[in-house]
Design a protein around this ligand. Structure first.
Ligand code: NAD
Ligand code: MG
Length: 324
């Protein structure tokens, strides 16, 4: 048996038992040895599980990998000041860890019910001597959200990266099951909050700043059970492209990341239809769901100054689904 196969089998067994995070730290960001993306992370179907919204990633089986032990920075965001929403867990946490290790000072927003996950991020990054500001609060509250960029800028001493990443997603097989309350909350969290945040952040941003929105494969290829959510993700795509045109003359770039199926709390609090978690990501060409750590570098790429001609663009991470 090869070393890789051995490592894979050990890892699969442990992950299936829910004992470890969904990835082995041996697979570090920036390593020089090629790693097969099919087997880099667990391919074992995820066990069915359900948490009350908003969910905690520390209670998931397996625990998602946000690059806690693997992401290594190299000064790509030295001196930058970033605000990220939904950064206690999942993709936002992976981006926050990467930003901090690339030298940025970071403020994160999350829902107050997610304090344990946020504290895990804070402990990790502060122990490394990174600056991390915690700004909990409900993004469906216009007053709170409009004030958020200013609070982040005051505590960080400026703001030049905004990542609108928080989202609400509830799968419903039929439009008949989508209540007006669900529709409203999905729009408020995913679209209105992005609008409020962006509008408040822009006057604080100097030329060279970057805005990054988290879209989805659903931005162009809607899942039939995600009618309201997919509608918001399409709006995020067009908002990104339109705003990029508008603020180019201010020297500010606006881009989007479009994830495919990624193992995060969003999926275990109603993001997928009941009984379907075992299939999550299995039909992707790479044969597995993605892990948040696999997207961290995309956010760094869109934020860093070197990619100065990239605006109004989308970077995807969807396991070969053939969409964005
Ligand atoms: P996640 O659950 O880790 O992150 C979502 C976050 O949204 C939560 O942690 C929470 O902090 C935040 N949030 C939701 N409602 C809020 C509110 N009212 N107030 C404050 N915060 C609130 O899951 P994730 O999958 O990492 O999601 C991050 C982004 O990735 C979302 O925009 C999601 O749509 C997108 N995305 C995820 C997938 C996937 O398969 N996981 C696929 C495509 C797109
Ligand atoms: Mg969370």
């Amino acid at each position: 048996m090869t070393d890789d196969a051995t490592r894979r089998d050990v890892f699969r067994g442990a992950a299936a038992a829910g004992l470890v995070a969904a990835a082995a730290p041996a697979f570090a960001q920036g390593q020089t040895v090629p790693v097969d993306p099919q087997t880099k992370y667990t391919r074992t179907p995820f066990p069915e599980q359900r948490q009350k919204w908003p969910g905690l990633q520390r209670n998931m089986t397996p625990v998602p990998d946000c690059g806690e032990t693997s992401y290594r920075g190299s000064g790509r965001l030295q001196g930058r000041k970033a605000l990220l929403t939904g950064a206690d867990s999942g993709i936002g946490r992976a981006a926050a860890i990467a930003f901090a290790r690339e030298g940025a000072d970071v403020a994160i927003n999350y829902h107050p019910d997610e304090e344990p996950d946020a504290q895990d991020v804070a402990k990790l990054l502060r122990a490394e001597g990174r600056k991390l500001v915690l700004l909990p609060g409900d993004l469906t509250d216009e007053r709170f959200t409009t004030a958020l960029p200013g609070r982040a800028a005051r505590q960080l001493g400026g703001l030049d990266i905004l990542v609108s990443n928080a989202a609400y997603q509830q799968s419903k097989a039929s439009i008949a099951e989508i209540t007006p309350e669900q529709f409203d909350r999905t729009m408020k969290t995913n679209v209105y909050a992005m609008f409020w945040l962006t509008k408040a952040a822009l006057p604080l941003m100097k030329p060279g700043s970057a805005i990054i929105n988290t879209g989805s494969v659903n931005s162009v290829d809607p899942g039939e059970e995600l009618l309201d959510y997919a509608t918001t993700k399409a709006a995020i795509l067009v908002f990104t492209k339109g705003l990029a045109k508008q603020v180019a003359k201010q020297g500010i770039r606006v881009n989007m990341v479009a994830p495919g199926p990624i193992w995060t709390p969003l999926q275990v609090v109603g993001g997928q239809l009941p009984g379907t978690l075992g299939k999550f990501g299995q039909d992707m060409p790479l044969g597995r769901a993605g892990q948040p750590a696999e997207l961290a570098g995309l956010y760094v790429t869109l934020a860093e100054a070197g990619n100065s001609y990239t605006t109004g663009s989308t970077l995807g991470a969807n396991g070969g689904a053939g969409t964005l």
